[in-house]
Design a protein around this ligand. Structure first.
Ligand code: T46
Length: 137
């Protein structure tokens, strides 16, 4: 099984609409060091195609929908994101690709570390080698 979690955030809704607040230390798995967001991606574009050595992330599709394909080197699974109150929590060493973007898709990502290109594994064969080396430790 590919390991991931779907976190349902608390919705503070009233007659005016809905609000989700994400605060350090409450209802969130790590201290957030970086936030980025992605929009305007054409439907069939494939983003990602990498894994992270240490980074953990929570991914929220705050508008529209898209599919995340997660791969642990042995199995692949697809997670459809379409709820602004739900976060996909991905830990390190998971290969991810995302695609099938709706025209209104906005993906917000909350990250445990600052941006560091050295943390990326952008080659699939290198990913497979590194996870099998890690298992031997
Ligand atoms: C991930 C998925 C879900 C920065 O300069 N700072 C940043 O914080 C980020 C995230 C990216 N960049 C630069 C690096 C590239 O020149 O922005 C450009 C596009 O980044 P990338 O091709 O890595 O974007 P995606 O959509 O393939 O992947 C991103 C994240 O990089 C990645 O960590 O898990 O979203």
């Amino acid at each position: 099984m590919v390991k991931y979690d779907l976190i349902d955030f608390k919705i503070r809704g009233d007659a005016r609409g809905s609000l989700v607040a994400l605060e350090k230390g409450t209802e969130f798995p790590f201290d957030i060091k970086r936030v980025y967001y992605i929009w305007g991606t054409n439907k069939n574009v494939i983003r990602g195609r990498h894994a992270h050595r240490n980074l953990e992330q929570v991914i929220v599709c705050v508008s529209g929908s898209c599919d995340f394909i997660l791969d642990n080197g042995h199995e692949r699974t697809t997670v459809h994101l379409d709820k602004p109150y739900q976060g996909l929590y991905i830990k390190s060493n998971i290969w991810r690709e995302f695609t099938n973007f709706s025209p209104d898709c906005v993906v917000m990502v909350l990250a445990s570390e600052h941006y560091d290109e050295a943390d990326y594994i952008r080659d699939y064969q290198t990913f497979l080698s590194e996870i099998s080396e890690n298992k031997g430790v």
